[in-house]
Design a protein around this ligand. Sequence first.
Ligand code: DAH
Length: 341
Amino acid sequence: MLEIKEQFLADLQNAPSSEAVEQVRIKYLGRKGVITTLAKNTDFSKLSPEEKRTFGAKLNELKNFAEEQLASAKDAASTRNLGAKKSTGLDLTLPGTGRTLGALHPITLIQMELEAIFQGMGFMVIPSPECELEYYNFDAVNTPADHPAREMQDTFWMTNGMLLRTQTSANQCRTMEKYGVPLRAIFPGRCFRNEAVDPSHENTFYQCEGLVIDKNISVANLIAVMKTLLSEIFHRDVVVRLRPGFFPFVEPGFELDVRCLLCDGEGCSTCHGSGWIELIPCGLVHPRVLEYGGIDPNEYSGFAFGAGLTRLAMMKFGIPDIRLLNAGDVRFNEQFPAFVP
Ligand code: DAH
């Protein structure tokens, strides 16, 4: 009987469909089935009454077992059939559709990190308008209409005479007017220039302007803040250099360059082969700008900087082409681990 049971299970396992399971049923439990005829083919006269009783019980047990096994094999086979038949529509055996989680854009990540670093140094984080008056974007930062520096920036003008700000410096005098002195603030935000787009130039990019005004502010304060900023952002030693730079709203003005973190100074397309990236232009606030902001330059001095957020993000995350940032491709965005600084 044990052999029959083993053979039955083996047959059942090899039955792929409902039809095959039915064949197994007929083979074992049909009218001429192996189990059905087991009793008929046994010579009871040779058995003791005790043996007859155990034979009967075992036979019943085997029958019940076979019936149960057949029933569940039939269920399983019909579920499989259902899946196969519906393969043109709903396939229940396929893995579910995963829900994709949103991710923070690398610019957002770097902005959040910068804000946290500066807040740690006691800076206010101030929102500022993208659509600006010509006065704040140019005149109030010492760039009058006939000033040659205006030519440095191709501007998107609006039909109402306003403009899309070309620099976050546009918010310097707004901030001085609103908060007065002493002042320690950053204003991160989007800027626009009518530029031809290439791997390192965009017409839409992000800056983070910083402004500190107090008594006795000097270049030493500026350098200390820049060093703190860069070491915290890159979590590694970065090589920087200060070059004289001209900007109408600072005197003296500097270019703070960082050695290209993508190629380690070897030269690549991001740094235009120079090995250096211009990262943070900065300087001491021009006395005339303080005056525009209603602050007495004889009593107060300050420093300002305009960090390129877009460049910082490219350096930090190793993004080789600026155009990826505005492409709106989620496959790009998803690669940046969301974190809250
Ligand atoms: N606004 C300048 C630009 O967009 C950057 C800049 C330079 C900002 C020097 C500053 C500064 O605050 O001191 O090119």
